[in-house]
Design a protein around this ligand. Structure first.
Ligand SMILES: *[C@@H]1O[C@H](CO)[C@@H](O)[C@H](O)[C@H]1NC(C)=O
Length: 198
């Protein structure tokens, strides 16, 4: 199973360099003095780079709860193509309290590999940008990056997204393979699910 995933990532790496890039993980600038308590709560995932394990999931949102000592419990819920709810739990730990935006996360999947989970940008009440990266290959030949755009609402405006992309480019992060996550067809309170022109 592990080998299959790696082969798949290699193939994907050939078609989209985002998933597999040469060298070790870069170290982009993160939010300075992240206020963890302001960051907690519910976030909708409005865009993200392709993730094999979450393919076809829509209506993905995540709840971040602080359990003290720089530990955060994360519950991510989504819906598969048949409308069945899927949830996955994770545990994030702030490795160094002086750099709270640099977390390490471990999901309940197997094999569970702790990966870094860095908050690159946020204003706490509208959007957040989360970036993750892990080194692959025996000699750090490759790394794989992932990116999520989180929102307190089910959508973000074009203007805000544009500003987010601009800042990502400045940090040297490739955001070109971000894809929208469907947050509209979620089966509840449809009358509120009106997206502006995005
Ligand atoms: C982009 O970066 C600027 C300068 O650091 C910052 O003031 C602004 O809040 C950021 N905007 C967005 C949407 O990320």
């Amino acid at each position: 199973m592990k080998n299959e995933v790696i082969v798949l990532m290699l193939i994907c790496g050939l078609c989209k360099s985002q998933y597999l890039a040469p060298g070790n993980c870069p170290r982009p600038e993160v939010v300075k003095n992240l206020d963890l308590n302001k960051f907690l709560g519910k976030w909708y995932e409005v865009q993200k780079t392709y993730t094999f394990f979450e393919r076809n999931l829509r209506c993905v949102n995540a709840e971040y709860d602080n359990v003290g000592n720089g530990k955060i419990i994360l519950t991510r819920i989504g819906m598969d193509k048949d409308g069945v709810s899927k949830s996955i739990g994770g545990r994030a730990i702030v490795a160094k309290l002086s750099e709270p935006a640099k977390m390490v996360i471990e999901f309940e999947t197997s094999p569970s590999i702790p990966v870094n989970y860095w908050i690159l940008d946020t204003d706490y009440n509208r959007y957040a940008v989360v970036w993750s990266c892990f080194n692959m290959g025996p000699f750090g030949f490759f790394h794989s990056e992932k990116l999520w755009i989180l929102s307190r609402e089910k959508y973000l405006t074009v203007d805000l997204l544009g500003a987010i992309y601009k800042n990502l480019s400045k940090k040297g992060i490739d955001w070109s393979s971000l894809r929208n996550i469907n947050q509209l067809d979620c089966g509840i309170s449809k009358e509120n699910d009106v997206a502006p022109n995005i």
